[in-house]
Design a protein around this ligand. Structure first.
Ligand code: FES
Length: 129
């Protein structure tokens, strides 16, 4: 592991996937990082009639934070899209960092936002059912 962002992290930081919000979201997760105060909102739409179960059909995020926070937010949307809620809620901070090919050690805490916001959005959806 190095102290600089790798190419995949830079790509997701500069060209974030699924950026924005979903006005009629089925679930929303808002989290703040206690370490630095950065913020993330994550929105999901759920396909309730899929043969595989309840599937995340659409997912978007808004993140006010550092490069690693934006890159982890972006990649978690790609990891979760098309997954069942049960599969998506198993995605951990470590999975997110690994999917990006690693983060500099001092930036590992930044991956907390993405996995937590996803879990919170799923909980929010379930609480409204
Ligand atoms: Fe705040 Fe990275 S420094 S999330």
């Amino acid at each position: 592991m190095t102290n600089v962002y790798n190419d995949k992290v830079m790509d997701h930081f500069i060209n974030p996937r699924n950026l924005g919000n979903i006005k009629d979201a089925d679930g929303k997760g808002e989290v703040g990082n206690p370490v630095c105060g950065d913020m993330m909102n994550l929105y999901i739409k759920v396909d309730k009639k899929n043969v595989k179960g309840e599937i995340i059909s659409e997912i978007k995020f808004e993140t006010l934070g550092c490069g690693a926070a934006i890159a982890t937010s972006s990649i978690v949307t790609e990891m979760a899209k098309g997954k069942t809620l049960e599969e998506a809620e198993k995605i951990s901070d470590l999975d997110v960092a690994q999917e990006l090919g690693g983060l500099p050690p001092q930036k590992l805490h930044c991956s907390n936002l993405a996995a937590s916001a996803l879990k919170k959005a799923i909980r929010d959806y379930r609480s409204k059912k």
